[in-house]
Design a protein around this ligand. Structure first.
Ligand SMILES: [Zn+2]
Ligand SMILES: [Zn+2]
Length: 142
């Protein structure tokens, strides 16, 4: 992916800000029913980065629910405005996902693939030029 990306962003109200000193590991738009309901969008686009490269300022509220694997997925929100910002899957404890649309420059990272297309709402428009998986791609994500 692109080099020397310095990702910054935050929630809608500005109470939570973050920056990432690391490089994007992988990016995807997820159409699973959990992401759809929680994000309120037909596809939740996120970029995964190394967890220890992200610096967060402000209070984040975490919500944990089991993913398809049975392992927990922790999703981070701004407790004030409700913006969904982060994901910390127990399946990949070194990685953290950041909502692409919370970036100050949403064009900085493009989704590379579609996930869980089997669960997409029938009217959802997805970028068919991307590689699509009915569920998760083969693991591990490298
Ligand atoms: Zn906020
Ligand atoms: Zn999902």
């Amino acid at each position: 992916m692109s080099t020397n990306t310095h990702l910054t962003g935050g929630c809608h109200c500005g109470a939570v800000r973050y920056e990432c000193a690391g490089e994007p590991v992988i990016s995807a738009t997820c159409h699973c029913t959990d992401c759809a309901r929680i994000s309120g969008a037909a596809g939740a686009s996120a970029v995964a980065v190394a967890r220890d490269t992200v610096t967060v300022t402000g209070e984040v509220s975490w919500y944990a629910s089991p993913g398809d694997s049975g392992k927990m997925v922790n999703r981070g929100f701004c407790p004030r405005c409700g913006t969904r910002l982060f994901g910390k899957p127990d399946l990949a404890p070194d990685l953290m996902s950041i909502s692409l649309l919370s970036l100050d420059d949403p064009s900085a990272v493009r989704p590379q693939m579609n996930l869980y297309t089997k669960s997409a709402a029938p009217w959802a428009a997805s970028d068919t030029a991307l590689t699509s998986f009915e569920g998760m791609p083969p693991m591990p994500l490298e």
